[in-house]
Design a protein around this ligand. Structure first.
Ligand code: 2AM
Ligand code: CA
Ligand code: CA
Ligand code: CA
Length: 262
């Protein structure tokens, strides 16, 4: 199966899901709790169903790893990694910062990444080795070279409610003190895409899942970002830490994040 076809069908699924999310966003939807602060809405479920059905029309034998339904199909060679609604907390509060994230991985290597922000119509795509695009135009990371001039973005780990707060907060404080500014949008997929197109200069977060980062990290990497863990080790979608930044800033951000006492 050629990557163009994989991308085309993935985009079809993202557009169909995006239409569903936009409709729910201005209408009524039920919200359920998966944990104390972890939400799932009817929109997450409807979006995921549409994505999986659309992919299965063309790729009935491919495996699926999706946030709400987990892993299905025993094909690990060809796998779709899906977040049907990245930014559910925003969505539930009617804050228009959420996305659909769809990645195709072969033998656990992400080959195609698609992130769609249905409110704006912005579609971010990448094919491994072929660069990244926003609405079909090539995109690049920023050229910002000094941390002092950089706008960074992060997410707070959800373990903050129950577990380790000291180290994540120390990292946050160090970056906040060093940067021009730090933002917290609530959608890891969009954070990575906004690094890819240079709106942000760097992004870090921990405790993310494969469906949060699979598409966005390929888009960022193909736009020229360096993607690693906090100690400049290799990043993989099952790794708990991710740092993505333009190559000028990446070493300085590793120093800020990977501090002796963190
Ligand atoms: P979600 O909206 O798809 O759940 C924001 O920091 C990132 O963390 C988002 O990508 C968000 O994805 C994810 N996230 C939100 N709530 C979470 C939770 N309770 N546990 C783990 N990840 C969560
Ligand atoms: Ca997510
Ligand atoms: Ca989600
Ligand atoms: Ca979720």
């Amino acid at each position: 199966m050629d990557t163009q076809t994989l991308q085309r069908i993935g985009i079809r699924a993202a557009y169909r899901a995006g239409r569903i999310l936009n409709d729910y966003f201005v209408g009524e939807f039920k919200i359920n709790k998966k944990g104390t602060i972890d939400l799932v809405t009817e929109a997450d479920l409807a979006s995921e169903k549409m994505i999986v059905e659309t992919l299965r029309e063309t790729f009935p034998d491919h495996g699926v790893l999706a946030e709400e339904s987990g892993a299905s199909g025993d094909n690990r060679r060809d796998q779709w990694i899906i977040d049907p609604l990245d930014g559910t907390t925003n969505f539930a509060h009617r804050l228009p910062i959420f996305a659909v994230s769809i990645a195709y991985a072969r033998d656990d290597q992400v080959e195609v990444g698609i992130v769609f922000h249905p409110i704006s119509g912005e579609l971010f795509t990448a094919i491994r080795g072929e660069g990244a695009r926003l609405n079909d135009q090539p995109i690049r990371v920023s050229e910002t070279a000094q941390v002092r001039d950089s706008l960074l973005v992060t997410g707070f780990p959800y373990t903050v409610a129950t577990g380790d707060t000291i180290r994540p907060m120390a990292r946050f404080a160090r970056c906040l003190a060093a940067a021009q500014g730090v933002r917290r949008l609530g959608s890891a997929a969009l954070d990575l895409c906004y690094v890819a197109c240079g709106r942000f200069d760097g992004f870090w977060e921990e405790h993310l899942k494969p469906w949060d980062t699979a598409a966005g990290m390929l888009i960022a990497a193909e736009a020229g970002a360096r993607v690693s863990d906090f100690s400049n080790g290799p990043y993989h979608i099952r790794h708990p830490e991710i740092l993505a930044a333009n190559p000028h800033l990446h070493p300085a951000l590793v120093t800020l994040l990977h501090n002796e006492d963190s």
